[in-house]
Design a protein around this ligand. Structure first.
Ligand SMILES: [Zn+2]
Length: 161
């Protein structure tokens, strides 16, 4: 398994979050486990950035919606956890590694596997505080088919009347 997945799973396990059924406590992981300060700031079109050792700080864009901020925070925690060097950040393969880490951290494999049989990706996204796109990608990566898709308006009408 790729290093980024293993590292995220290891952090979830060590912090007791590998089977959570709710938003993974990212701030707590950043502060208590990574020893990292997190700040919100208006950063224009930048999602987030991290300043590594000796005193790591992660900046997250205050303008973005909560789901996007959570993904950005998980991504930046990934850069720190995977010990990416400042000169590496921005390279395609390094950013991809941080994204894989983020997906793994935000949607713990054990939790998602257990819940996917009774939830669709809209429900999973709401439960874990991620975007529906992130939840959908995660289910695809894990080879899971959600139990059902959210009924469209016509089905909802039929069910009501
Ligand atoms: Zn990055």
């Amino acid at each position: 398994m790729v290093r980024s997945r293993l590292e995220a799973r290891s952090i979830l396990q060590k912090t007791g979050n590998d089977t959570v059924e709710g938003p993974v406590p990212l701030l707590k992981i950043a502060e208590d486990y990574m020893g990292c300060e997190v700040r919100l700031d208006d950063m224009g079109d930048v999602d987030g950035l991290c300043i590594p050792l000796p005193d790591p700080i992660i900046y997250i864009n205050s303008r973005h919606c909560k789901a996007r901020q959570r993904f950005s925070l998980a991504h930046e925690i990934g850069h720190l956890a995977l010990r990416h060097q400042p000169e590496q950040i921005g390279r395609w393969e390094i950013e991809r590694e941080a994204n894989i880490f983020a997906g793994e951290l935000l949607l713990p494999v054990l939790s998602v596997k257990r819940l996917a049989c009774r939830m669709d990706y809209f429900d999973l996204a709401a439960l874990f505080g991620v975007s529906t796109a992130a939840a959908q990608i995660r289910l695809n990566v894990l080879g899971l088919t959600p139990r059902r898709h959210r009924p469209g308006p016509s089905t909802a009408l039929e069910a009501t009347f």
